[in-house]
Design a protein around this ligand. Sequence first.
Ligand code: ADP
Length: 867
Amino acid sequence: MVAVAVSRDTAPRLSALPIVGAALAVCLGYFIGANIGFILRLPPATPSILWPPNSILTATLLLAAPRRWWIYLLAALPAHLVAELPVLSPASLVYLLFATNCLEALIGATAVRILSDSPGSFDTLPRVSAFVVGAGLLGPFLSSFVDAWAVAELTHEPYWLVWQTRFFSNVLAELVLVPAIVFVARDAWARVRHARVMRRIEAALLGVALASVTVAYVAVPAAEARRLMLGSLDAPVAFFIPFVLWGTVRFGPAGASLSLLVTTLVMVWGATHGQGGFSVPPSSDSVLLLQISLAVSTIPILALAALIEERWRDRIALANRLRFEELLARLSGAFVHLASNRMDEVFQTWLGRLGEFLNVDRVMLFRLSEDGRVFTVSHEWAALGMAPMSTDNMSVSFPWSVRQLRREQPVVFRDAGELPEEARVDRESLEAMDITSNLALPLVAAGRVMGGLSLVTVKRRRSWPDETVGRMQLVAEVFANALARKVSEDALRSSELMKSAILASLNSSVAVLDGRGQIIEVNRVWERFTPDFNQSGGLEIGVGRNYLSLCREASRRGEAHAGDAAVGIEAVLEGRQAWFTFEYPAGAGTGERWYAMSVVPLHRMDGGAVVSNTDITERKRAELEAQRSRQELAHVTRVSAMGELTASLAHELNQPLTGILSNAQAARRLLEVAKPDLDELRSILRDIIDDDRRAADVIQRMRDLLRKSEPEMTLLDLNALVRDVRRLLGSDTVIRDVSIALDLDAGQAMVTGDRVQLEQVLLNLLLNAMEAMSEQPGADRTVVVRTRSSDGHTVLTSVEDSGPGLRHGTQQMVFEPFYTTKRTGMGMGLAIARSIIEAHGGSIWAENTGRGATFLFRLPLSPPGPA
Ligand code: ADP
């Protein structure tokens, strides 16, 4: 049934045939029809029982465009004259009869054109009714008055008898012949060509059956037949009725009209030739009865055929709709979860399915460039044997169509000739490509025309019913959405690719965590090597694992830094901290390496963080190197400071040594007497020991300062430290005529630090202060050293001199390496002091006070240890 529906659409129409050929066919048909009419006549009556020529004219006019009617009517004239002039006289009657024949056809065809929406079709009840009323009744009815008048005038036959005979014979002829002729002229070939084998066989069987009944009917003599059929006139028809119904039920209006035609011809032939149930010659009453009964039974059969056809069509339409809906459902389903990189392939497949479903020759998908200028074929399907289209810019070959699509308008035409004048370029391109019909729809997604979907037929017309256009609009919608998704996914993928490339190119190992700390992405470095504190635990830290939990677990197992990492990551994930960094050593296998972990938040709806571990071993080495150099330098500076103190140290040592010497001499003198005073002697020895200790102390301090040792952090009393340094400088103060006043915090001033380094700082500050005051008058040469731990967390030490103060704007600069204003200065003392204080977690700065310069440093207080 589908094939039938399609063949209807694609079958060539009569108007497409060369007009001359059609005119000749009409002429020939008319001639044959007239001769058949003569055969089916009961002489001496002029009108035939069944007169085909009029019906041939009616059928022709129903098929032809009204503007060509005159051609076909004229074409019939020679046939009419040739057929009738020898038989009828006078000649004027022949001409008059031609006029009445034409009149009948004209009235009938015009009436049908007015009453029917499709004059050449008998496939719906309204169309059949229009045909029966217009061509079957009205045409013969009106024309028969003129005809009867002409015949009665010229042959003197009774007017009403002629009218009656002509009317009924023409009604029968119109009803039986016109549908059959229209079908044969228009559809028969295409129907046979497109029919399936089984239908062809069935049609042939029906033909054979009808032929057999005909032969049987014709072969039986009238008398025998009458005996067999008990004298009934109608009975012979009964033999044909099953076959007529077969044709009607199985082949619709075509089957009905052809089987009715055969039946009628046989019946009428039988009646005129005394065959079947007819006596020779039958009475005019029985002929009339035959005509009426045949005509009357034709009408319900045609109506039945139309109803059956309508039902078929409805079924086909329903089946088509179901097929389409299924197709659409599968089409939308095909794109729902499809990755964009597979879309090309699926577009291709579906273009093919659509093409086959709609029986078109090409289906194309166009893409409109971003700037809206270039319209190119992106996917194409072509029926077997069709060459692919060029993929040039369609805007050039089809400017009008592209404009329409860009305006979101469809381009629909059955024939390129229907295109408006402004589409001239399009028409020419279509002709060059042999494209006859087209349905092109814009692909619109998110308010933007993304391209178009076009279905075309090559060298054959195809109409595009609204229903098809509507359905294809749904398809276009699915394609447009899929295309839009592809575009955005492609863009996303390329940006993702970019991100992955960046991630992959990083030397740090990077992991992306979700809001709960689960790893959702890692880069290659991370996969290769995870510099983590839980390496020893042998845990695999990959995508899907919860990094936070892993750190906590490692921390519980005693991994040194895992706990710190967990706390920091959690703080960032919870948004309590904007970022978190820390450095940690990891010492497995290849020797100790250092890493810096940095955690930054991931700015997205579900939160998350990016953890990166960067190998900072080299930087750390450089730092350690620098620290070592600083220590070297500090040592050198200390040595040079000691150099400066040589005189004072000599003096410092001189004192106890001189004391020891004089005490020893005194003791010797005491021993020279007979009875030495032992108490005196003991006191002298005590002094000697004291002096020796003092000298040893001085030497010890000197050795401490000169020693090159690794820093050793211990708990120190800063106040005691200040006193020691002052003692070291004791002699120097005397030499320089300077006094060092102490104003120490009464409470504890405990700090954690390296004794030698902190002594160096104090020594440096005091030496600088003493030096600064060298130009000052003697009374003003006082350095005040203060310690204060007022805030409870830190201890502030200040060294305040009464020198000239710092030069303007040099408060920061004095701490820079190699800054010096002294002729023999090195400019490293304060720079080293700063690095020492900072290494102890403190800070140092300088300011000018009213008296001179004050250097201050603050160190964190340490709670006194158990020792
Ligand atoms: P040096 O003593 O070798 O010059 P320092 O780093 O100890 O190196 O001092 C740098 C400079 O800071 C000194 O040259 C001096 O100009 C200035 N300075 C340091 N202490 C004082 C001070 N108490 N009063 C004035 N200037 C000072």
